[in-house]
Design a protein around this ligand. Structure first.
Ligand SMILES: *[C@@H]1O[C@H](CO)[C@@H](O)[C@H](O)[C@H]1NC(C)=O
Length: 484
């Protein structure tokens, strides 16, 4: 009799894809050979994303792990979608019959794990009586919010809600969340809200929700999840350096790292908005002036706006053009502007880095905590505003967020003087109580995160419980009498 398999259905975008695949690999590893992993691949709707994912798949397929990749047939693209969440949800929905026949064609499927925008695929799992799980790559606080969306609809969909100064949102386990920290992805359009609410409702049908967080990091939120919600498995975070990154760590080190080697301990503020974040020319000028006035050392990963047809910011070839006149000369030796991809994990792990100005994408947050670096949040999109609030008011590892004022269509624009003040607060050492507290708390979280995934830690135990549950699943008798 063949071994059972766990079916993973990731989203096609490179970031989500890798995060879900990582969760699958952790399950596989924890299963110790008791089951294999089968990954169902949807065609990426865009050429750019397709080539990224193909690269990942090739590398993983050659890795020798017990993972099988199955390509699902192509489907039409849904039309008339107002935003990416609606597109992703409906595009996934069109795959339902193919997912069903793929699962039906496999022997002994122990569980199906779907990415969090793919809950339309639950029906296929239910019809085949296979237990379904959700993989949730964002913090548990956003999960808690998604589960509350039916009750919050009236408030959150009210025009101008995010600009109301007195209004708050109730997220179980967090202090009252000021309206301006409402995630941007929820207030883009009512249709976006509808889909987030839809997925939140369907999470309730899952056998469990796997979240990339740890019990120590989000204790109050995890404790306050509704009793009727499915069990939440906090299995994160595990930060590893991939082989290609390890290569990059071998000498010669990356230029940014070599520059950091020459700086004093905890003296440099690191500024980076993730692989897709970029600033427009006016904002670049404000950042430059603010950094210079703060007097602190900095490493600034500066990306210009993307070329037409590309999702990624271009390398800012014209640095001199983007930056104020004389900036490079005035900050020489104290600051480094790096206009291309930079090894974020390696930088955050460097002793010279004392603070991180971040858009608060959850991956960046987890990496920062893993290395104990306090943060200055500057949320831009997705659920990042809520993440920023949680880091400041809930976890306490960050100083007050920049760019969260949503009034007067200011968006996330930040003036030089605001940045200067915030960087001083983050990096100010003994003279800044806020910064000192964030630093101490970040050091605490560094230890807690590492302990969580270590032998006997909370995340390790959660993963083992999850694996046991999957193997003991009633839909998957181990006596061999029932096979699909
Ligand atoms: C969790 O987040 C970390 C940090 O970005 C990432 O390296 C990891 O792949 C994610 N997924 C899992 C399952 O740990």
């Amino acid at each position: 009799m063949s071994r059972p398999t766990v079916v993973l259905v990731p989203c096609w975008g490179s970031g989500h894809f890798m995060s879900a695949l990582e969760a699958g690999k952790r399950l596989l590893d924890s299963g110790g050979g008791a089951f294999s992993l089968t990954v169902l691949l949807m065609h990426s709707p865009t050429q750019i994303k397709a080539s990224e994912v193909e690269g990942h798949v090739r590398r993983e397929a050659a890795s020798g792990l017990d993972i099988r990749f199955l390509q699902l047939p192509a489907v039409e693209h849904p039309t008339g979608c107002v935003d990416p969440v609606e597109f992703e949800s409906r595009y996934a929905q069109l795959h339902a019959p193919h997912v069903k026949s793929a699962i039906a064609g496999l022997q002994r499927v122990a569980a199906v794990v779907v990415d969090f925008f793919l809950t339309t695929l639950f029906d296929a799992a239910h019809e085949l009586a296979v237990p379904a799980y959700v993989y949730f790559p964002s913090p548990a606080a956003f999960l808690a919010l998604m589960l509350s969306l039916p009750e919050l609809r009236e408030d959150l969909t009210r025009a101008g809600f995010v600009e109301e100064t007195e209004a708050t949102v109730d997220v179980p386990g967090l202090p009252p969340v000021p309206a301006r920290y409402t995630p941007a992805c929820l207030v883009r359009a009512v249709q976006s809200y509808d889909w987030f609410e839809y997925h939140g409702r369907r999470f309730m049908e899952a056998r469990g929700v796997i979240v990339n967080t740890s019990a120590e990091l989000e204790a109050s939120v995890l404790a306050a999840l509704p009793a009727a919600a499915p069990p939440v498995h906090a299995i994160g975070p595990v930060i590893w350096f991939s082989e290609s990154e390890e290569d990059k760590q071998r000498p010669p080190a990356h230029e940014c790292v070599r520059w950091l080697d020459a700086q004093p301990a905890a003296s440099v503020v690191f500024i980076c908005f993730g692989s897709m974040g970029f600033l427009d020319a006016a904002q670049v000028r404000e950042v430059a002036v603010g950094l210079q006035r703060s007097g602190h050392r900095f490493l600034w990963v500066l990306r210009g706006p993307p070329h037409a047809g590309s999702r990624f910011p271009t390398d800012a070839e014209q640095l001199e053009e983007l930056l104020p006149e004389g900036f490079m000369a005035a900050t020489a030796g104290k600051g480094m502007v790096w206009p291309a991809w930079a090894p974020q994990k390696e930088i955050l792990s460097h002793a010279a880095v004392g603070g991180f100005v971040t858009h608060c994408g959850w991956n960046s947050v987890l990496e920062s905590l893993w290395f104990g670096v306090p943060m200055l949040p500057w949320p831009l999109y997705g659920e990042q505003h809520l993440n920023a609030f949680e880091l400041v008011a809930g976890v306490g590892v960050a100083v007050v967020a920049l760019g969260a004022d949503r009034k007067e269509k200011k968006g996330s624009f930040v003036e030089a003087v605001e940045l200067e003040r915030a960087v001083r607060s983050l990096m100010g050492g003994g003279s800044s109580e806020e910064g000192t507290k964030a630093r101490e708390k970040a050091a605490e979280m560094r230890a807690a995160c590492r302990k969580a995934v270590d032998e006997g830690g909370s995340s390790r135990a959660a993963l083992q419980r999850l694996v046991r549950e999957i193997l003991e699943s009633p839909a998957n008798p181990m006596d061999g009498t029932t096979e699909y």
